[in-house]
Ligand binder design. Sequence first.
Ligand code: NDP
Length: 271
Amino acid sequence: MSDRYCVFGNPIGHSKSPAIHAAFAAQTGQDLRYEAILAPPEDFAGAVYRFVDAGGRGANVTVPFKEEAYRLSTQRTSRAELAGAVNTLLFDNARILGDNTDGAGLARDLTVNLVCPLAGKRILLLGAGGAARGALGPLLDGGPAALLIANRTPAKAQALAAQFAAYGPVSGGSYADLAKQRFDLVINATSASLAGELPSLPSGVFAAGSLAYDMMYGRGDTPFLAFARRQGAARLADGLGMLVEQAAEAFFVWRGIRPLSGPVMSLLRGA
Ligand code: NDP
């Protein structure tokens, strides 16, 4: 019987993870089945335990269960501890190992796929929620000259910066603090694009040659990418590469094999 994996979320109907992992399994010759499971908001733990009892070997976790998955894990990797959230579970006897591959997926998409080295760069990270927090460790690992977190609620950006101060040159503040500052890499980790909105960025934050990256993905420009285009950002990217790279990293955690992400990204972009 094929080994079973899944993604838990709510909603989960539009998840691309089953297609991504089916493509990885076909590419690497791994015998596994991967499905999407709609977990009830009040019983995420029950859904996980039922999947384990049915022989599940591992799972991805998406909105809104990443913090609950963190609490449910009996053991956690250091990157999950740092992120305060878990997007990858590995079931192994009685152990539930919690990992977080989101930040590594973002860093790999930026540095490998988009060939945007982080060393010496001025980075602006918009948002101070779960996605921003998961990205901070891997971004600071890249050795930027400065990393500024800007958030609609500035106190959350300042608190996050204080938590990561030991890992690199990070500070936090409001959008108004960005006036007259320029950045080489601007990452939108807010959920504003989901509502068709744009964080209240001042003009002129994109330095010459800059990359604008929206963690959100979909058809066409998000409001953030449309703004970046008008503002003259040199390059634009959405979060599809991050999605595929975090999945490749999870696949490696489960199977010990790293699939090629390029063909799967082409497949999804063509679909
Ligand atoms: P959270 O709910 O944890 O955080 C949301 C953040 O967005 C907060 O900082 C919030 O600010 C800010 N925000 C929300 N609406 C607005 C607005 N209209 N204007 C300005 N700021 C706003 O969400 P997540 O961190 O989990 O997710 C953020 C985004 O990242 C989502 O779009 C998600 O789809 C994407 N994502 C993509 C992944 C990928 O693989 N590509 C992986 C994970 C996430 P405040 O604190 O003031 O409320």
